[in-house]
Write a protein that binds this ligand. Structure first.
Ligand code: UVW
Length: 323
């Protein structure tokens, strides 16, 4: 983890800096061999400053229990948890066995090997499909000890409710860039370089309140409808120009679902493959949001320790916000 001179980071309008890189990509900005992406914006100085945001000793778990979604969204497999007895050794005790564990069955960071840019036929920084398949290139392990810094909650759901324009989270409605900016203004919160953005859309709360039948009905990929943040060039330009390290949301896809896999403008492509910007989905933000509204402090220390899975595609965030 090095130091970053934030003043020297090229503006979005100056990208790409490499002639062979696709438009709107930052390939090469953190070095041609970089596999960390925008998580590079989380620096040692940033961690020390984030520790200063811990004032009352409150901890908020940001990920769902494993198997919270029943069934999991997007046709992903449920986890089978069995306890393996020590009986055969004549002992009293157990180990865990997790079968069919899909690292995206619940709360997750999408890693940089999750999706590539269809037009460039490449993943972040030009990595090829063969490299992702056959090596540990862009694996989630690159973030195993890097994902710590200043977290900022944008309670977009509350903002839209208070503006009498509530979003129905169980539809594909979007939160615009203006919504996010105005919510920040209403919260009197500033984006500083090296922040991990968390956007509360209200989806997780609405999902948890749904009946078992409704959850079953909305789980398949072609049935789910979910709100999210606007997928646009302006949105990623704003995040890049503010040196945002990652964006996590409490909805299933960060951007509204369904999104068109063939659309180059989808947020998944614009962020993961073009900017190396992690996307966080299905985060648990409601209790944190209540606390932020109570003490009017929407910033905190965020500690996330992704799985130490060499070459992993994604990971539960294993994240806490500490205030
Ligand atoms: C989708 O948009 C399908 O989300 P994920 O990142 O979980 O694949």
């Amino acid at each position: 983890m090095g130091k970053i001179d934030f003043a020297k980071v090229p503006k979005f309008s100056q990208l790409p800096i490499r002639k062979d890189a696709p438009a709107d990509s930052n390939w090469g900005v953190f070095g041609n061999d970089d596999e960390v992406g925008c998580v590079n914006f989380l620096t040692e100085d940033g961690i020390v400053a984030a520790a200063g945001l811990v004032r009352k000793g409150k901890v908020f778990r940001l990920d769902t229990p494993i198997n919270y979604a029943s069934p999991p969204l997007f046709d992903r497999e449920p986890v089978k948890h069995t306890k393996k007895s020590f009986e055969s050794y004549g002992l009293l005790g157990f180990d865990d066995l997790l079968d069919s564990y899909n690292t995206q069955e619940g709360s997750q960071w999408d890693g940089l090997g999750h999706v590539g840019n269809m037009r460039a036929k490449a993943f972040y920084n030009g990595a090829t499909e063969d490299q992702i398949k056959g090596s540990n290139k862009l694996g989630i392990h690159n973030w195993a000890d890097r994902f710590v810094g200043r977290g900022v909650l944008i309670d977009a759901c509350k903002y839209r409710q208070e503006a009498s324009r509530p979003v129905n989270p169980l539809t594909d409605e979007k939160y615009t860039l203006d919504d996010l900016k105005n919510a920040l203004k209403a919260q009197r919160t500033e984006l500083k370089p090296g922040s991990i953005l968390l956007v509360r859309t209200g989806w997780m709360g609405a999902y948890l309140k749904s009946s078992a039948d409704a959850k079953r009905a909305m789980a398949p990929l072609n049935k789910l409808k979910a709100c999210g943040v606007e997928a646009s060039r302006d949105m990623v330009a704003w995040m890049w120009d503010n040196c945002v390290a990652a964006i996590g949301t409490d909805c299933p896809a960060v951007e509204p679902w369904p999104w068109d896999f063939k659309d180059d403008g989808a947020l998944h492509y614009r962020t993961l493959s073009l900017l190396g910007l992690p996307l966080g989905e299905q985060f648990v933000l409601d209790k944190l949001a209540t606390d932020c509204a109570e003490d009017q402090r929407y910033e905190f220390m965020l500690v996330s320790v992704p799985l130490h899975l060499n070459g992993g595609i994604a990971s539960p965030p294993n994240a806490v916000a500490i205030k």
